[in-house]
Design a protein around this ligand. Structure first.
Ligand SMILES: [Zn+2]
Length: 548
């Protein structure tokens, strides 16, 4: 593609498809701007890869032309990849005080605090990044200080909504700045890039204030210990739970590392100001059952979370049982159903009552409903709509609303480069895309050799043959074969395999024994042959040749 033209283009590198890992790029002339840089969690189909992020190779190759990275809000799928990918991107970052606080902790854990320059921008603030004239518009979402980004360019105005909803009473932070969106609409907007996550829900969004009323009544009506699980970043929800607890004369304990981190960031930025300091989990045990509410991590069934450990009675400080209640103040993210059900089952087995948003109004989504999106189109009146952040059916539903509003929708796949101006608004090129997997401390390509071998080992096992030879290539001692994950060492099949491997090695012609590589390949073939078809599997086969 022509990187040096004067136009304006949009390129999503992650954010469409089943795992939302947002990484959006805009190009103005030859300069690039990134918006958000998030991780995604894989479902059951890829057990070798838990945490995923977009492969940024396209923009890494153009990093000298990358002017900056703007973070719209402090959710993992929008900023969780920064600490991992920043060393490859190396650009300044722009974020609101709360997102910056969350990000600084992550960068600190990755020993990057000194290197990364974070420009803190006030909610609603205007700023310039290279040639990009930008402005934040405050929107309501399930985390404080979520911002839409307005890009004012010589070719027109782009509105990048980020994650948002309408809620006249969000309880924490201001409601979505309706007037700002309407003013942009009056000015004329070229394109709106819009969140699609919850667009298939009809009607307007429910309000956090409804949850607050309902949670207050519910907590007041319960006896015994109460635990509420929700997303750690949902400060309004944490405030809701804390105030409901206070109204019922209960103290609040927070359990789990991400909640403790969040509490620090929130209070540092002036949130939770009239909520008394939370008690530690050790202090919970000194309180009578009817005088405590615990806020606990683990609403998605994460196996190492506090709630999963409490459910299996393996938590060091907290235990729940007969007469206690756990409230799920969250939605089940698709893909996590089985894990969540397992935790709920374990709790129920212990006599704990489990309440969810099916029983009571204890959760509302932070994303715009179809009704919200309709209203935003009426305010912004863009010429083009680019639905992002959702699976294909969500993007399509968002596009249908756009069409209904007289706006031309354009559906993109990750990697599609959309020319916005000058000339026709259309996909003009494709950028390479892919996923990186966080494996321990490393990033591995999802489709690379290492993970392909891991998948093969996972499903087919591995067979390892070791043998020592002298200078001439003749066997010294007996070879050894091990097949972890496939055969027990005591299995008679293991000794048969070892014996046949030895025999097959004996048959390798002399001329193949001189060079190590040739010998190793011949030995691998021998081991494969010894394995035969008996196991009806094709395990990963490798040999160790030791020349002594
Ligand atoms: Zn979000």
């Amino acid at each position: 593609m022509n990187d040096t033209n004067d136009g304006l283009a949009f390129l999503p590198l992650g954010g469409t498809g089943e795992i939302g890992m947002n990484l959006n790029l805009y190009r103005l002339g030859s300069t690039w701007l990134a918006i958000d840089c998030g991780i995604g969690f894989s479902g059951n189909d890829t057990p070798e890869a838990e945490i995923l992020m977009p492969d940024p190779v396209f923009i890494v190759e153009r990093k000298n032309d990358l002017a900056g990275l703007v973070i719209t809000h402090a959710h993992e799928d929008h900023l969780g990849a920064v600490a991992h990918l920043w060393p490859r991107l190396g650009c300044p970052i722009y974020a609101t005080p709360f997102a910056a606080s969350v990000l600084r902790r992550k960068l600190g854990e990755a020993h990057l605090t000194q290197q990364v320059k974070i420009h803190v921008i006030a909610p609603g603030g205007a700023f310039n990044v290279g040639p990009f004239d930008l402005r934040f518009i405050p929107v309501t979402h399930s985390v404080p200080e979520a911002q839409a980004v307005v890009l004012r360019t010589p070719h027109g105005i782009i509105v990048h909504t980020g994650d948002w909803k309408f809620d006249p009473q969000p309880m924490v932070g201001p409601p979505t700045d309706v007037a700002a969106f309407e003013a942009l609409g009056d000015e004329g907007v070229l394109a709106m890039v819009c969140d699609s996550t919850n667009v298939m829900t009809q009607g307007p969004s429910a309000s956090e204030s409804d949850v607050r009323r309902s949670m207050t009544d519910l907590i007041a009506s319960l006896s015994g210990r109460i635990a509420v699980t929700c997303f750690a970043s949902n400060v309004a929800r944490i405030e809701t739970i804390a105030k409901a607890a206070q109204a019922a004369g209960r103290s609040v304990v927070i359990v789990g590392r991400s909640l403790r981190n969040l509490d620090v960031s929130a209070r540092e930025c002036g949130y939770l100001a009239d909520v008394p300091p939370f008690l530690s989990e050790q202090e919970a045990n000194s309180l009578p059952d009817d005088e405590v509410v615990m806020i606990i991590t683990g609403s998605q069934g994460e196996p190492r979370s506090a709630l999963s450990r409490i459910a299996s009675d393996s938590h060091p400080n907290i235990s729940l049982g007969e007469g206690d209640t756990v409230i799920y103040s969250s939605r089940m993210i698709p893909g996590n159903e089985q894990a969540v059900m397992q935790v709920q089952d374990n709790l129920t087995r212990r006599g704990v009552r489990v309440l969810t948003d099916r029983d009571h109004l204890v959760h509302v989504s932070g994303h715009a409903t179809g009704g919200d999106v309709r209203r935003l189109f009426d305010l912004v009146r863009p010429r083009f709509a680019v639905p992002v952040h959702g699976e294909w059916r969500h993007l399509t539903a968002n596009a249908a609303i756009a069409r209904e509003k007289g706006v031309l929708p354009i559906l993109l796949e990750d990697g599609d480069i959309l020319n916005l101006a000058p000339g026709a608004v259309e996909v003009v090129d494709t950028a390479p895309t892919g996923r990186l997997v966080l494996d321990g401390g490393r990033l591995l390509p999802m489709n690379g050799g290492v993970l392909a071998a891991r998948r093969r080992m996972l499903f087919n096992g591995i067979v390892m043959g070791s043998f020592a030879v002298d200078d001439e290539g003749y066997l010294i001692g007996d070879p050894k074969v091990s097949a972890p994950g496939l055969l027990d060492p005591e299995d008679p099949e293991t000794s048969r395999l070892t014996e046949e491997f030895g025999n097959a090695l004996d048959e390798i012609p002399d001329e193949l024994r001189r060079d190590d590589n040739t010998f190793r390949e011949a030995a691998k073939t021998a081991l494969r042959r010894a394995l035969g078809r008996k196991l009806q599997k094709r395990p990963l086969v490798d040999v160790h040749l030791l020349r002594v």
